[in-house]
Design a protein around this ligand. Sequence first.
Ligand code: KMH
Ligand code: ZN
Length: 271
Amino acid sequence: MEKLIITAAICGAEVTKEHNPAVPYTIEEIGREALSAYNAGASIIHLHVREDDGTATQCAERFGLSIAEIERLCPDAIIQPSTGGAVGMSDEERMQPLQHKPEMATLTPGTVNFGGDDIFINSETTVKNFVTRMNELGVKPEIEIFDKGMVDTAIRLHKQGFFKAPMHFNFVLGINGGIAPTTRDFAYLMESLPSGSTFTVAGIGRHEFPMATLSIVSGGHVRVGFEDNVYLSKGVIAKSNGELVEKVVRIAKELGREIATPAEARKILEL
Ligand code: KMH
Ligand code: ZN
């Protein structure tokens, strides 16, 4: 099997210091959490940013400062900004981090309920505009999959020339409104991908490590981090994103899967 690429989703847009005091808001805190994940074995940092008071923002300047800080501390890490931002943001707002021409950025090919009244809106026009901009700037999309129809949309837009092969997917399993964190649904998504694709898995909440293990033994990659889960184990708050990454590394080693360096991750993902 290929070496395991670990992505750390260190910040997110919804989780707060009330959930876990180590959730980063300031540039310094973003750097601290990225470094903890990188030192533990993460090669990709999935990045959302905040104002100092914790408000989610897609401000280009704030992303620029955060990216510079991560590059200073983790020089070869792959930095993957979010274009999802937070529920309710406009497309223009969400696209701002692309100005920095990152190697990768996330892109969700469909709309999904996000619990309660929240709807994460991605019309087909939005998706086409985002992927076109990414292609122009040489940014590889990580295609965020919250439900099976999103895989089909990505394949259809690939056939129309929007998404380029090899496509890279992230299965987000377990949000309220999306596909379930079960072995059956994981297999359904995996078997629906075009050959040559790569994928990673983000299990939400208590499903983070079971879904990570499933992906490790299935040849997929793994995403962990405060965006998806703030607990190291039942009732134990993680002290850092690094602790979550360390746990994945321990599981992978027990299962005989080696961890990819950032250089190896770039090769696997054809960045
Ligand atoms: N915060 C969610 C609304 C992404 O980063 O691309 C969207 C999200 C997906 O987190
Ligand atoms: Zn995200």
